[in-house]
Design a protein around this ligand. Structure first.
Ligand code: PMP
Length: 398
C-alpha cells in the first residue's frame, strides 16, 4: 500500500519495541513513563463522575464545544492561578485530549515541511516524532543540570530561525533537569528578540519533592515581558490525576489558539465531555491539594531511595541528575574502571537479570548519546527499587 510521504520521516519508537519485553514475569520496570496507578484517587474521581452525571447528564454526555467544557476551563484557569499564573482566564486556554494533542495541534498550526524546530537533547520522544510527522527538521540543543544551555540555544536560534523552540523546563522528561530562574527569564527574552514561539510543556511541575520549582515561563511571561505573544504553554492532568482521563490544555495567544481550535474541530471535535465534566467536578471539590501532597511525598521517597541505591551499588560507574521533582532520573554510564558504557548493551543484560529501563539514545533528535539511560522511580515501591538497582549492578558486572 502507498502510504503518505510524511510517514517516511518517522519510525515506530525503539521504546515501544522494548515494552514488548516487559511482560516477562517478575521483571522490575524502571522503563515506563507512567504515574503509579496506586496513586489514583479512585474515590475522588468516582464521586466527581457521579456528580457530573447527577448534576447535568445532558451536558456531560452530549457533544460539546471544541474549546472545551466551560466549567473545566474555569477550574483549570483557577488551578493555574494557584501556581502563580495571574492573568490566565478560561478564554485563554483550550482543553485538549491530553497535552499530547496540544503538541500535535502546535505542530499542525506551526510547521510546514522543511521548517526547523529546536528541542532539548534529550527530550520527550513523542514530540520529536510528532514534529517530524509535520515535516520538521528537529534540531537538538544541549542541556546540563540547569536545563537547556542558553549560549548554545541562542546560537541555534540565530542560525536556524526555527518556527518554534520546545522546552520541558521543569523536571524534564527524560532529563530530570530544571531550568534555572535566570535562564527562564533569558529564554523569554530570546523568544521576543528572535520572534520565535517558545513552547513550555509542563506536565510535571506540580510533582516537586521539597520545594516548588522556579516560576513557569507562563507565570514569568507577564512579569518579565508583559505579554504572552511568543509563548505557548501545555498543561496536563495526566500525572497529577489520571492519564486515562486524557485531559490536557493549551494556553497561547488568541490568534494561535483560534487556529488550534479550528484544527481540533476537524480532528476529534472536542475532548470527551464526560471526562471534562468529571475533571471539573474533581477540581471544584478541592481534592487536588491533598492528592498532590500525597504524590509528592511518595515520589520524593522513591527518588531518594533510587539515588541512594545507585550510589551504593554502582558507585562511579554512573553519574546522574539529581531531580527536584518529576518521575525520572537521567543516568550516564561513565565507563569508569573499564565498566560498560553502552546503554543498549546494558538494557539487554538488565532484562536477563530481571530489570528494565529505557536507553537514552532515542530521546535525542540529533547526536544520540549511547551512554545515557532513563530510569523511572514512579511505579516501583522502595523495596522493588532497591532490588531493581541491585539487579542493575549485576547486569553491569555480567
Ligand atoms: N509531555 C511530556 C513531557 C510527557 O512526558 C508526556 C507524557 N509522558 C506528555 C507530554 C503527554 O501527556 P498527556 O498527553 O497524557 O497529557
Amino acid at each position: 500500500m502507498q502510504f503518505a510521504k510524511r510517514l517516511d520521516n518517522v519510525e515506530t519508537s525503539a521504546i515501544r519495541e522494548l515494552f514488548k519485553l516487559l511482560g516477562k514475569p517478575g521483571i522490575i520496570s524502571f522503563a515506563g513513563g507512567f504515574p503509579d496507578s496506586a496513586m489514583f484517587d479512585v474515590a475522588g474521581i468516582q464521586e466527581a463522575a457521579n456528580k457530573a452525571l447527577t448534576e447535568n447528564a445532558g451536558l456531560a454526555l452530549q457533544y460539546g464545544a471544541t474549546e472545551g467544557f466551560g466549567p473545566l476551563r474555569e477550574q483549570l484557569a483557577a488551578f493555574m492561578a494557584t501556581k502563580g499564573t495571574k492573568d490566565v482566564y478560561a478564554d485563554n486556554l483550550i482543553v485538549t485530549t491530553g497535552s499530547q494533542q496540544a503538541l500535535d495541534l502546535l505542530g499542525k498550526c506551526m510547521i510546514s515541511p522543511g521548517d526547523k524546530v529546536i528541542v532539548e537533547g534529550p527530550t520527550f520522544l513523542a514530540t520529536i516524532q510528532c514534529f517530524r510527522l509535520y515535516g520538521a527538521e528537529v534540531i537538538s540543543a544541549p542541556v546540563d543540570a540547569n536545563g537547556v544551555i542558553l549560549e548554545a540555544l541562542e546560537q541555534l536560534i540565530a542560525e536556524h530561525q526555527p518556527k518554534l523552540v520546545y522546552l520541558i523546563p521543569t523536571f524534564g522528561n527524560p532529563s530530570g533537569a530544571t531550568l534555572s530562574l535566570e535562564r527562564r527569564k533569558r529564554v523569554l527574552e530570546l523568544a521576543v528578540q528572535y520572534k520565535t514561539l517558545v513552547v513550555e510543556d509542563d506536565p510535571y511541575g506540580d510533582l516537586y519533592f521539597d520545594a516548588p520549582p522556579p516560576a513557569s515561563l507562563l507565570a514569568l511571561s507577564s512579569e518579565v515581558l508583559g505579554s504572552r505573544e511568543w509563548l505557548a504553554h501545555c498543561g496536563s492532568l495526566s500525572k497529577v490525576l489520571s492519564p486515562g482521563l486524557r485531559i490536557g490544555w493549551l494556553i497561547a495567544n488568541a490568534e494561535l489558539l483560534a487556529k488550534a481550535v479550528m484544527c481540533k474541530q476537524f480532528s476529534d471535535a472536542h475532548t470527551s465531555t464526560f471526562a471534562q465534566a468529571t475533571a471539573a467536578q474533581y477540581l471544584l471539590a478541592g481534592h487536588m491539594p491533598a492528592t498532590l501532597a500525597k504524590m509528592r511525598k511518595v515520589y520524593a521517597a522513591r527518588a531518594h531511595t533510587m539515588m541512594h541505591a545507585l550510589r551504593a551499588n554502582l558507585g562511579d560507574a554512573v553519574s546522574f541528575t539529581e531531580p527536584q521533582g518529576g518521575l525520572f532520573l537521567w543516568v550516564k554510564l561513565t565507563g569508569q574502571g573499564g565498566k560498560l558504557a553502552d546503554a543498549n548493551v546494558l538494557a539487554k543484560k538488565a532484562i536477563e537479570q530481571g530489570v528494565a529501563f529505557v536507553p537514552g539514545a532515542p530521546f535525542f533528535s540529533q547526536n544520540p548519546d549511547a551512554s545515557t539511560l532513563r530510569l523511572s522511580f514512579a511505579t516501583a515501591d522502595e523495596d522493588k527499587i532497591r532490588e531493581g538497582v541491585a539487579r542493575l549492578a549485576k547486569a553491569m558486572a555480567a
